[in-house]
Write a protein that binds this ligand. Structure first.
Ligand code: CP3
Length: 355
């Protein structure tokens, strides 16, 4: 068994008391940090960085050198799985990640290979092993994957698009294709997350960044149910049955109750849903992660503290809150501002954890 020193996040996920509200930040390793840009230059490219365990573990650790964070998240990307399945992932600086040949019919979906993901993505396992060693058990390490639906959106669109018309239409005009794709991804993602846990990840998070595109029944069929299957697979696997799982659907505010019944240990909340309302809706047996508006970090010191207080007060007394943003930190944030936020969360939240 591991003997991690700072267990706040694990404690919150397991329903145990903590002294302060723990905090980590989505995309905490990223372009807002000059040292990240430096290492990325050394790697030559974004994908080069993802595939180099030495440098990927270096950027994973960088934000922990600056800030009092309660977890690290392995540096990688959700689009490594489609890459490993045969859709070649490319990256351009002013465009982000994309696929040259997105999926357009069932034959193309049938030709994807969902097998041996763990082997094909062994660079992620190696980065986890190396990061665990560098972390020296100070804080837990979060592993992650995209959700089947969210990966499908990128695989059919080719990249993030304005209105995601192709994939949203496919749900109606070619549901068999989308179902087949989701089935393959569900299989590969399970394998991938088990691999990450074996390599040393202490928590697993599923990013359903585009679940909020779906109408309410289709969200359940195409996004939540496949994620539930993954969670059930993980909970019934010897290597992952005790690993806490965080499920984040961006735009998922209308399905909180259903998400809370998925088997996950925590719900990631974006900034559009009121956190008190979320807590009332899901009850006390599950944790909430979130949900500061990422743009709050562009405010003054006072306005940052004010916005953070609202989230912490909104949750109120109790131990099942992990402070985070409602989505990833953007590249234009000044690192000092994030430092102000993190220190303030620690200090201000103590009042809610006195016994
Ligand atoms: O959180 C972390 O620090 C860990 C690393 C991480 C990255 N991507 C690094 C990254 C994680 C957890 C992700 C997940 C991811 N990737 C998601 C889900 C989370 C979310 O934001 O909703 C999605 C949708 C992607 C796909 C992706 N990767 C996009 C759309 C982009 C371009 C947009 C952007 O922010 O640049 C990326 C690139 C990316 N992934 C960067 C980083 C640090 C920026 C790359 C760079 O230029 O160096």
């Amino acid at each position: 068994m591991s003997s991690i020193k700072n267990t706040r996040i694990l404690d919150v996920l397991n329903g145990l008391p903590v002294d302060k509200t723990p905090v980590w930040i989505m995309r905490q390793a990223g372009r807002y940090l000059p040292e990240y840009k430096e290492t990325r230059k050394k790697a030559g490219s974004f994908l080069g960085l993802c595939k180099n365990p030495d440098l990927a573990s270096e950027v994973t650790i960088q934000p922990l050198r600056r800030f009092d964070l309660d977890a690290a998240i392995i540096f990688s990307d959700i689009l490594t799985i489609p890459d490993a399945m045969g859709l070649e992932l490319k990256f351009e600086d002013n465009r982000g990640p994309f696929f040259d040949k997105p999926l357009s019919n069932s034959d193309e979906v049938n030709s994807l290979d969902p097998n041996n993901i763990a082997k094909k993505l062994d660079y992620v396992a190696n980065a986890i092993v190396e990061t665990k060693s560098k972390l020296n058990n100070e804080v837990p390490l979060i592993g992650f994957s995209g959700s089947p639906w969210t990966l499908s959106t990128y695989m059919v669109e080719g990249s993030a698009t304005k209105d995601f018309r192709k994939i949203r239409s496919a749900v109606f005009n070619n549901p068999e294709m989308v179902e087949k794709l989701i089935e393959k991804l569900t299989f590969s993602i399970t394998d991938y997350l088990i691999m990450q846990a074996k390599a040393g990840a202490d928590v697993l998070m599923i990013f359903d960044s585009w679940g909020g595109l779906l109408n309410s029944e289709n969200y359940l069929d195409f996004s939540l149910n496949p994620m539930k299957k993954i969670i059930a697979n993980l909970k019934s696997n010897e290597g992952t049955k005790n690993i806490p799982i965080i499920l984040f659907t961006k735009g998922g505010g209308s399905w909180l109750k259903q998400i809370s019944e998925s088997g996950c240990n925590a719900i990631g909340l974006d900034w559009t849903t009121n956190i008190s309302y979320a807590r009332e809706t899901i009850g006390e047996n599950i944790s909430i992660q979130g949900n500061l508006d990422p743009c709050a970090l562009h405010g003054t010191e006072d306005s940052i503290k004010n916005a953070a207080s609202r989230v912490i007060d909104g949750y109120g007394h109790g131990h099942r809150h992990i402070f985070n943003l409602g989505h990833g930190i953007d590249q234009f944030v000044k690192p000092e501002k994030l430092g102000i936020l993190i220190d303030y969360v620690k200090e201000y939240s103590m009042q809610y954890h006195l016994s």
